[in-house]
Design a protein around this ligand. Structure first.
Ligand SMILES: Cc1ncc(COP(=O)(O)O)c(C=O)c1O
Length: 561
């Protein structure tokens, strides 16, 4: 092992053990060269390696910091990487009860499946709708029946061409949102009792569809960092007569993860080998934070086995219910099913959206939307760092608007969901994304809403609830006396019995507190505000800084335990 690799391994172990929590600034290059007796280039190369592993991140002119999700990057995926037997599914009542709560506009929508309607160009859309309806040919009621309005399908086909994967307009079928497209595709290729492969965790509507159609599901684990486990999928295909797969290949709901282009290609090839159709749910594909849109698996399909389903619900117009599928060799079957179920998608809406796609500036709107979502992600991460207790892991998604948080083991996400609702906050609990009600300690948060004091305060409340559920208050500082200016804080001991008190000065910031408390817990002395403090005993935290103080002490507890 080279010197820089050894140094990177040492630091990685420190990060993975929780010794350096998310957001911790790494020591300076100069400091490390002295500490380890190595050259500057060794330190730099070690840092680059840590960055490549997703453990640290550089901030301009500030140095390197431990990255969000760093612990998870090293931890085993919170999913069983084993193949479980196919099972019937019964999730609907749980999903319905959770979704019911989203409908109330007074609730803070951290559990919503949609971005804020404020981010959509609704007046411009209304203009297109008004214009198109005025010109609507009375015969369009008949002409625009499935596969749908030709003008619209041409605009959609142009978007595929723009991606470099041209589709014939005959293979594009307009539907009522992606949901209808996905359901029709599943119906087109399965019979009751068949086995389908779905993800775990997975978008709950896939579970509901499987349940409704009397199918059995084999769950394929999704790693929050690398996506679907193709080895487990290959095993499932060997072992079971899988009739179809329903997967999200980009910005998966709920994990936000994507398959690399190589993995998408490998997936398509694997399924082609077994002649198994792929129902590809790509509703978030346009919401990428990198410059280029990720290619869907459809791009690698040479046999017409991939049914690419998407919609404008997440990008333009949720209420318009406009989606489509490029259904490859299954086009006729899906089209007939569409006629047999909902007959047609609203004719004026098809015409209005066609006009918007041609003249409304969709790509410009998408650029604005992506940059708003990316900015909101940053603020959400800051709020997590500020308000939520330590021990929460997540991967930073490269698109979409969901964060999949893994909470400490002892937290029950359903209970957190219920308590949050009592405080007017909606979050999506992990168990609704699983046929086995797994992910008990995971939640999905939506960062698709412009930041506001209401959301900030909801994050603070979530932090308080998490502390309550993890029993942290008995371990963390308690405000014993509050005199309007400060509060005495008692820190419970970590290794030995009896209580221990540490001291600080009023007005001390969270990071200074970390140093003071760390020094108290470890019994060493340090300088603070120009004064030598040696093993201080009582802490007086400003009331306004109560939360940083509490977080600081929690961090120190983790260091010293
Ligand atoms: C992953 C995923 N697929 C499909 C849908 C449904 O999309 P639409 O509203 O276009 O029917 C949703 C909506 O929440 C979703 O999250």
């Amino acid at each position: 092992m080279k010197r820089y690799e050894a140094l990177a391994e040492t630091m990685a172990a420190e990060i993975r053990s929780g010794g350096m929590p998310v957001g911790t600034r790494l020591p300076s290059v100069r400091h490390l060269t002295t500490q380890y007796g190595v050259g500057q280039s060794t330190v730099f190369r070690a840092y680059y390696l840590l960055e490549e592993w997703g453990l640290i991140r550089a901030r301009e002119r500030s140095g390197y910091f431990v990255a969000p999700g760093a612990k998870l990057a090293a931890a085993p995926a919170p999913t069983p990487a084993k193949l479980a037997d196919p099972a019937e599914i019964d999730v609907s009542s749980l999903v319905f009860s959770v979704l019911e709560a989203v409908k109330h506009p007074g609730i803070v929508p951290l559990g919503s499946a949609f971005p804020s309607p404020q981010l959509f160009p609704l007046p411009r859309l209304a203009k297109s709708l008004a214009y198109a309806t005025r010109l609507l040919n009375p015969w369009s009621t008949v002409v625009d029946m499935p596969p749908g309005n030709e003008h619209l399908r041409r605009q959609i086909a142009l978007r595929y061409t723009g991606m470099g994967i041209p589709q014939r307009i005959e293979e594009i079928l307009v539907t009522n949102g992606a949901m209808e497209a996905l359901n029709l595709c599943l119906m087109a290729v399965t019979q009751p009792g068949d086995i389908v492969a779905i993800e775990s965790p997975c978008f709950y509507a896939a579970l509901q569809a499987v349940e409704r159609l009397g199918l059995r599901a084999v769950e394929i684990p999704v790693d929050p960092q690398t996506g679907l486990d193709l080895a487990v999928l290959a095993e499932a295909l060997q072992k079971h007569p899988v009739r179809a797969c329903w997967f999200m290949t980009s910005f998966q709901n709920p994990t936000g993860t994507s398959l690399s282009a190589e993995k998408k290609k490998a997936l398509v090839e694997l399924l082609a080998e077994h002649q198994v159709p792929l129902i590809e749910d790509d509703v978030y594909g346009e919401l990428h934070f990198q410059p280029d849109r990720p290619l869907p698996a459809k791009a690698f399909d040479t046999q017409g086995l991939v049914m690419h389903c998407t919609s404008l619900s997440k990008t333009l117009a949720p209420g318009y219910r406009l989606g489509w599928v490029a259904a490859g060799r299954f086009t006729d079957r899906v089209r007939r099913l569409k006629l047999m179920t909902t007959i047609s998608t609203s004719i004026p809406i098809q015409a209005g959206i066609a006009d918007y796609l041609q003249h409304g500036g969709f790509d410009k709107h998408l650029r604005k939307l992506r940059s708003a979502l990316r900015a909101q992600l940053v603020v959400m991460e800051q709020a997590i760092e500020k308000w939520l207790p330590p021990g929460i892991d997540y991967f930073r998604p490269e698109g979409g608007y969901f964060l999949w948080l893994r909470l400490p083991e002892q937290i029950d996400a359903m209970q957190l969901h219920r308590l949050a609702l009592e405080h007017g906050i909606n979050i999506t609990p992990g168990p609704i994304f699983s046929a086995r009600h797994a992910y008990q300690n995971c939640v999905r948060l939506n960062f698709g809403h412009p930041w506001s004091p209401r959301i900030e305060s909801a994050m603070q409340t979530l932090g308080d609830l998490l502390n309550r559920l993890s029993g942290t208050p008995s371990q963390t500082p308690q405000a014993a006396t509050e005199n309007g200016k400060g509060a005495d804080v008692t820190v419970m001991p970590l290794r030995s019995g009896g209580s221990r008190q540490v001291a600080s000065t009023r007005g001390t910031s969270g990071s200074a507190l970390v140093r003071i408390i760390a020094c108290a817990l470890t019994g060493t002395g340090l300088e603070c505000d120009g004064r030598k403090i040696s093993a201080p005993r009582t802490i007086r935290a400003p009331v306004s800084a109560h939360t940083p103080a509490r977080r600081a002490i929690q961090r120190c507890q983790r260091w010293s335990s």
